[in-house]
Design a binder for this molecule. Structure first.
Ligand code: SF4
Ligand code: SF4
Ligand code: SF4
Length: 289
């Protein structure tokens, strides 16, 4: 289990601990006001400035010996903060994890606070100008977003029942979007996203800059070689470049270190050759989140 599960999972996974979705947490941290302020300024908080740091020349700044380390440490400290959130213009306590379809369904069915809505993904909009409704929000987050028209999809219905939310998430996951769940801010869970890399402002800092902005899933992919027909579908579907196929020599290679455990490769395998195993049961990557 990752450190979030150990500290906040009450014996299970942190994101399946229903405590983190309650109105009690919203009131305790005054999250209605905090989140309204934060999402009015989303572009400043999360995209133009990557977690409060200007994205301009960030790669270069991070390579400067001492300054780079200070920026990285400060960003990680802010994202992983468990102090009561104070500054809505920073992504304080905003840490998440990749989740496969099964766990996302368990979140929606057993934990998510209502109302549920789907909103436009602002990461895609900011980076590609595309409005696509693929973030599912819960509880107070849904109330806030309703007040901010630019997040609202161009269609009549954006309120979802739980079964509609499961259907929408499943569609996105089958397309190859990466399921992610977020504290926003700690200890409140309110966002179940379907992300793409590199647009996602949560995934990009880790992939491009080595900032620990998101945990890999509690799982890692495994292959039943006997069933594989070397078609290569999974190679095209994997958003992290973790699989390669050599058709001539009939071999499939999975780079377990690159695998985030999102499970989307399974959806395109014609032979059911891919399956997820708990990360901690696979010695090569046990404890690596
Ligand atoms: S976290 Fe993912 S789905 Fe949510 S806004 Fe960012 S890219 Fe879009
Ligand atoms: S190989 Fe790993 S990272 Fe790639 S799609 Fe499959 S589960 Fe996700
Ligand atoms: S999609 Fe399935 S059958 Fe095709 S190469 Fe990948 S594991 Fe093998």
């Amino acid at each position: 289990m990752c450190e979030l599960c150990m500290k906040h999972g009450a014996g299970g996974k942190w994101y399946l601990n229903a405590e983190h979705y309650t109105e009690k947490v919203v009131e305790q941290y005054n999250l209605r006001d905090y989140l309204l302020e934060q999402y009015k300024n989303f572009e400043q908080v999360s995209v133009r400035k990557v977690y409060g740091f200007s994205g301009v020349g960030l790669g270069y700044k991070l390579r400067i010996p001492i300054i780079g380390r200070i920026i990285k440490n400060t960003a990680e400290k802010m994202l992983h903060s468990e102090k009561p959130p104070k500054n809505p213009l920073r992504a304080e306590g905003h840490i998440g994890q990749v989740v496969p379809l099964e766990d996302a369904i368990a979140i929606i069915e057993n934990c998510a606070a209502e109302p549920l809505i789907e909103k436009n993904c602002m990461c895609r909009y900011m980076s590609r100008g595309i409005k696509e409704a693929c973030c599912i929000n819960f509880g107070v987050m849904s109330e806030i977003i309703e007040k901010l028209p630019r997040f609202i999809p161009d269609k009549d219905k954006f309120h979802l029942t739980k079964s509609e939310a499961v259907k929408r998430f499943t569609e996105h996951n089958r397309k190859g979007y990466i399921g992610t769940i977020w504290f926003g801010p700690f200890p409140y869970i309110n966002n179940l996203c379907s992300c793409e890399s590199p647009e996602c402002a949560g995934i990009r800092p880790r992939m491009d800059f080595g900032i620990n902005s998101i945990y890999k899933a509690e799982y890692v992919i495994q292959l039943d070689q006997q069933k594989c027909s070397y078609c290569g579908n999974c190679v095209r579907q994997c958003p992290f470049g973790a699989i390669s196929v050599d058709r001539e020599n009939k071999t499939v290679k999975i780079d377990l270190e690159k695998c985030f455990g999102c499970g989307v490769c399974r959806h395109v395998c014609p032979n059911d050759a891919l399956f997820l195993s708990p990360r901690d049961m696979i010695p090569e990557v046990s404890g690596q989140y």
